[in-house]
Write a protein that binds this ligand. Structure first.
Ligand code: DAS
Length: 334
């Protein structure tokens, strides 16, 4: 065995968010200000790991557009092509679960891509950013983290991008995987996995991503919003139905009309579990909607179903191919 193995190279790509935020003046609201190098310095030395840092964006995650998503995926691929053993992305936590899932679908590589952030600003007492980033670097450098798709590391837990959600507005433990639990944990700076998932990929290059709407249906909804989507330029819709995937009867007509023109996907608004396929037969039930050309999101929750559909639409103009790529992602989640 080599007594002095070369260091494991991890690339840190920073996008802004709370982990990079400080107050510009006493009492002012925090803003993204720290560069990737500042974040890397806060982590300190890690035995056997060499971190190189690059700032890609310095912005709140709520303002990311698909152009930012595709640019980040390109940066990740570049870092891997340059020989990194793994990549860590730091960003705001507001839509971190979406970015992580997009990277899962876009980056086709067995090496770990780990997304992290912070719930407390860099200048706050008990700031969680440095600890989260240190844990994320350890996971990105770990051979055990290979082949698991994109991962999210927060609060010493390792989550699969496909399952993780931000389920609290402010606690450092805001990230959970309601359906599956974390894949692993960090204990005494050691990465320990309790379960594994197979890698996931859209299997296609993605260009310009057209607008896809996400509509959560609610008691008394009459579907008038669905009726205007096409004129507003939307090229797909994910509807989060009640329970197993049910909508009020007046929404059925608008959904069927829209599904004749563009892909319409049915998810559940419950936050966990799968959209049903063959249990209920009333008007507005999942059986009724699927028979009218709506497509099931299966176990994909609304936000992730929207991403998968949007990226699939960005990969082709052929509707059948788009729906096949979307269905393959749904099938991979079981
Ligand atoms: N909510 C902040 C964060 O957790 C802001 C953001 O998402 O950019 O990072």
């Amino acid at each position: 065995m080599d007594p002095n193995p070369p260091p494991v190279r991890v690339t840190l790509l920073s996008m802004g968010g709370t982990i990079a935020s400080v107050a510009p003046a006493p009492g002012a609201g925090v803003m993204p200000a720290l560069e990737a190098g500042d974040l890397a310095r806060a982590v300190g030395e890690l035995d056997g790991v060499e971190v190189s840092a690059r700032t890609v964006r310095l912005m709140p995650s709520a303002s990311f557009a698909f152009e930012d998503v595709l640019a980040l995926a390109h940066e990740v691929e570049t870092a891997l092509a340059e020989g990194a053993a793994g990549v860590v992305v730091t960003q705001g936590t507001d839509d971190l679960e979406e970015m992580a899932f997009a990277l899962d679908l876009l980056v086709d590589d067995l090496r770990p891509v780990v997304v992290t952030g912070a719930m407390r600003a860099a200048d706050a007492p008990g700031a969680d950013g440095p600890a989260n980033l240190r844990a994320a670097v350890l996971v990105a450098a770990s051979p055990q983290a290979r082949g698991l798709g994109a991962l999210v590391v927060m609060d010493d837990e390792v989550h699969a991008a496909r399952f993780v959600r931000k389920t609290h507005a402010s606690r450092p433990s805001a990230f959970t995987s309601p359906e599956a639990g974390p894949l692993g944990r960090l204990i005494e700076a050691e990465v320990r996995f309790v379960t594994r998932v197979a890698p996931l990929s859209l299997g296609a290059r993605v260009g310009a991503v057209p607008p896809v709407a996400l509509v959560r249906c609610a008691l008394g909804d009459d579907g008038r919003l669905v009726g205007v989507l096409l004129d507003q330029g939307y090229r797909g819709l994910v509807v989060e139905g009640m329970g197993g995937g049910h909508v009020p009867a007046p929404m059925v007509g608008p959904l069927e009309a829209l599904a004749r023109e563009v892909p319409v996907v049915l998810a559940t608004r419950t936050g966990s579990g799968s959209a049903l396929r063959h249990s209920y037969g009333f008007s507005g039930s999942e059986i009724d909607l699927l028979a009218r050309g709506v497509v099931s999101a299966g176990a994909l929750e609304g936000l992730k179903a929207r991403l998968a559909l949007a990226l699939a639409l960005g990969s082709s103009d052929d509707r059948a191919l788009v729906e096949a790529r979307f269905a393959a992602v749904v099938a991979a989640l079981g």
